[in-house]
Structures are given as C-alpha cells and as structure tokens.
Design a protein around this ligand. Structure first.
Ligand SMILES: N[C@@H](CCC(=O)N[C@@H](CS)C(=O)NCC(=O)O)C(=O)O
Length: 202
C-alpha cells in the first residue's frame, strides 16, 4: 500500500499529479506543514526534517519530492512517465535539477511573499529579486521549448510533472509567464491535463 503524507497545496501536489497519471491507489494523509501536526513523533520518525511530502511504499520510506517522483515513475510507470535510453534519462535529471536548483527557490519566494505569508511579513525586495532570478533560466527554457510540447523526447515524462510543479508556485505567486511564450504555452498544456486537475482537488 502506498501512503502519501502532505496536504495537496504543498509539494505533495507534484506527487499527487504523478499518482493520478499512473492511476495508482494510495492513502493520503493531509499533513499541513504550517501546523504542529508535522512535529508529531510518529511523523518525525518518517521525516525528521518535519517537512512534506513523505512517501511510504511497503518497507520504503522516502522523502524529497523529486526522489519520490523518480521512484514512482521507474517502479510503476516505466512505460508511461520514464524513458528507455540513458541519454533521455539524463535529460529527465537535467530538467528536474534545472527546475529545483535554478528556479524553485524563487518560485517559492513568490508564493510566500505574494500570497502565503501574513501581509506584514511580505517583502517587495524579495519579490523583485525572485522575479529577476527567474529571467535567465526562463529565457533558456523558452528557447529550448520552441516547437516542443515536452521537455524530454516527444513524450510526456516525469520531467514535465516536476517542472510544472515548480512553476505552480510561481503561478500561485502571480508570476506572469506571458513574455516567455513557449513556456506559457507548454505550461498551460501540462496544467490542463485532467490528472493535474484531479491532483488539485483530492
Ligand atoms: N527539499 C524538500 C523540501 C520540502 C519542503 O520544504 N516542504 C515544505 C512544504 S512544500 C515544508 O514541509 N515546509 C515546512 C518546514 O520546512 O518546516 C523536498 O523537495 O521535498
């Protein structure tokens, strides 16, 4: 039995998207990372950082959302969300790490400082700096996506779920993707998948 810990508006959403694409049954424990329940001793045994998401699948306890998505894809979705050639696999890693290291911190800053934090804790300077940090990687991605629907091969893969997950924070933080036309078109199409809608409404 698969159990996913983490409320749907947290990074657990990237995993819910994957579970929906793979059509897997799972139990969902909606731990809210802003509430004390994340520090419950039973949960700390699974995730000593007191963060979400955490996945339990049989004997495996796994934290770090991208590791969870790689695991689920390879174990249950080799023909759906993964690829056969090592060269393509390398591209899945490349675009996932590009999303996490080049863009995710800025995307998280946008949603925190435009939406999630109390008004008094929001910083216009952090918003401005986050928007600036996104410019260069988005230009690179925009050029790459010209004429393409997906990041790796001509197929929807876990790299697209991971990228869209990171960008969903920017969208929640009112980031305007329209100057990056290829990225905006790509993102709209990925987020319009019925499985994504399902992941948002669990
Ligand atoms: N690197 C971790 C980050 C997990 C993370 O920061 N999760 C947030 C919610 S999206 C959280 O649990 N925050 C509460 C905290 O850090 O105490 C991952 O990618 O899974």
């Amino acid at each position: 039995m698969i159990t996913l810990y983490g409320i749907e508006w947290s990074r657990a959403n990237y995993v819910l998207f994957t579970l929906a694409e793979l059509g897997l049954d799972y139990q969902h424990v909606k731990i809210n990372p802003f509430k004390e329940e994340k520090n419950a001793p039973e949960y700390l045994k699974l995730n000593p950082l007191a963060q979400v998401p955490t996945l339990v699948d049989g004997d495996l306890v796994l934290t770090e959302v991208m590791a969870i998505n790689f695991y689920l894809s390879r174990k249950y979705g080799a023909e759906k969300l993964w690829v056969n050639r090592l060269e393509d696999e390398a591209q899945i890693y490349k675009w996932t790490f590009f999303a996490v290291t080049q863009m995710e911190p800025a995307c998280v800053d946008l949603i925190l400082h435009r939406k999630a934090l109390d008004e008094k804790d929001r910083s216009p300077d952090i918003i401005q700096s986050a928007e600036k940090k996104l410019m260069k990687p988005l230009e690179v991605l925009n050029t790459y996506l010209a004429g393409k629907d997906f990041l790796v091969t001509n197929q929807f893969t876990i790299a697209d779920i991971n990228m869209a997950g990171v960008f969903s924070y920017a969208l929640g933080g009112k980031f305007d993707f329209s100057p990056y036309k290829n990225v905006a078109r790509y993102l709209d199409a990925i987020l319009a998948r019925p499985t994504r809608k399902k992941a948002e409404t669990v």
